[in-house]
Write a new protein. Structure first.
Length: 411
């Protein structure tokens, strides 16, 4: 018996391997700030971050203050940067937990200074320079002034300087050259004034995999660590998918010719068909757009999603898999036998980007970590070996059951 309606298997060995590849591409002396916003793109930030620490990452980037605090409270002591922006009310908790904050304006710098001096703490900030994304960040013309203000303030510390590349094609897009040029100009001007910049970082996954340079001190990959590259970028073959989304058949029924299935009867049986009902819906991460389009794997074979995906249930035509039975594993993302359904395949069917597919894996989906015993990064220190007691204290708090998929799958 499988103890979950629906679960997401997160392969920590594949994560180790992807982080090693990222580290190899980044080159010596360039650290990894793993981006784990949106619950690590739906994979479960706490377990991902604890394993990434064991793999030697330098720190974490998150999207919101709550995400930063969740990691701190789970025991992560590495640097954590709120990449975007925060709201005033969140600042005291962030300072109290030594969370680094992206800085975009003088106004915010003043507020952080006030809060820092009130608490008797340093606000560690990364000045974000808008070199072309036009979303967040200070204009390049104002960047130096902001950096000087940080240096002059008694309770601010310039922990880093960053920018963000807007093109999904990274360095393959000529517009990226322009962003890099603007960024370098600001850095040069700051260095000419003898300013300490902290850690300088620019590259996301797209930049890293297309050879953006210079990378400076840190790279900020997200999606590639999870085994996915946006678009048709080179180097995807060196990455391993880490996510599988699975459920089980809870109900089967034979429907006669002409019978409609699901809301709106958008699918009708042609001839006698057998339908399996699976307790996974769009709330769990199976896009509504996969209605009458997507496929799943059952007993190593593909079977079509028929009718509309609903909030809690999906219906599958299993007529061509007569051996299928209740409690069979149903794979929405991942491998079963020789067949595999990738996040990229689903994203293309659902006419969206891979990011949205993994982020959509819902709260009701149990995250189950597999692997993670073998650490393969050269940056491991001996005290972090899996066998040492120190390493055991780093075990993810989301503890996986011994065998999440029971014996049924391996028949
Ligand atoms: C999300 C994000 C990243 C990571 O981007 P990927 O495309 O997932 O590698 C890096 N930097 C910033 C500022 C981000 O918001």
């Amino acid at each position: 018996m499988i103890p979950y309606r629906v679960w997401a298997e997160v392969d920590l060995d594949a994560l180790s391997s992807n982080l090693a590849e990222i580290s190899r591409l980044a080159g010596p002396g360039v650290g990894t700030m793993l981006v784990v916003k949106a619950d690590a793109y739906g994979h479960g930030a706490v377990a991902i971050a604890h394993h990434a620490v064991r793999c030697g990452v330098a720190g974490f980037g998150v999207g919101t203050s709550a995400e930063a605090l969740e990691l701190r409270l789970s025991g992560i002591r590495h640097p954590i940067l709120v990449l975007g922006t925060v709201v005033d009310g969140e600042v005291p908790a962030l300072l109290g937990h030594n969370v680094e904050i992206g800085l975009h304006s003088l106004d915010r710098a003043h507020k952080l200074q006030v809060e820092g001096s009130r608490a008797g703490l340093f606000a560690r900030v990364h000045v974000n320079i808008d070199t072309g994304m036009s979303r967040l960040g200070v204009r390049p013309q104002k960047a130096l002034e902001l950096m000087r203000a940080v240096h002059e303030a008694s309770h601010l510390k310039l922990a880093g300087v960053m920018t963000h590349i807007s093109s999904p094609e990274g360095a393959m897009d000529p517009r990226t050259d322009e962003q890099v040029r603007i960024f370098e100009e600001v850095l040069e001007a700051a260095k000419a004034e003898g300013m300490e910049l902290g850690t300088v970082h620019i590259s996301n996954s797209a930049g890293l995999f297309t050879g953006l340079h210079p990378l400076h001190d840190l790279v900020r990959p997200g999606i590639s660590a999870f085994g996915i590259l946006p678009g048709e970028l080179p180097g995807a073959e060196a990455l391993q998918p880490i996510l599988a989304l699975k459920s089980q058949i809870v109900f089967m029924k034979d429907v006669p010719n002409g019978r409609g299935v699901g809301y709106g009867s958008t699918w009708r049986a042609r001839g006698d068909r057998r339908i399996a009902t699976v307790p996974v819906g769009y709330n769990d991460g199976v896009s509504w757009r996969l209605s009458n389009r997507g496929e799943v794997l059952i007993r190593g074979k593909r079977a079509p999603i028929v009718g509309r995906v609903s909030m809690d249930y999906t219906t599958i035509d299993i007529t061509e898999i007569p051996e299928a039975s209740v409690e069979d594993v149903v794979t929405f993302i991942g491998t079963d036998g020789d067949e595999r359904i990738s996040v990229e395949e689903i994203a293309s069917l659902a006419e969206t980007i891979a990011y949205e597919i993994t982020c959509a894996v819902g709260r009701r989906v149990q995250r189950v970590c597999v692997g993670g015993q073998d650490l393969i990064l050269p940056s491991q220190r001996p005290t972090q070996q899996a066998s040492s007691p120190a390493a055991r204290s780093y075990e993810p708090k989301v503890s996986p059951p011994a065998d999440p998929v029971a014996p049924r799958v391996r028949r």
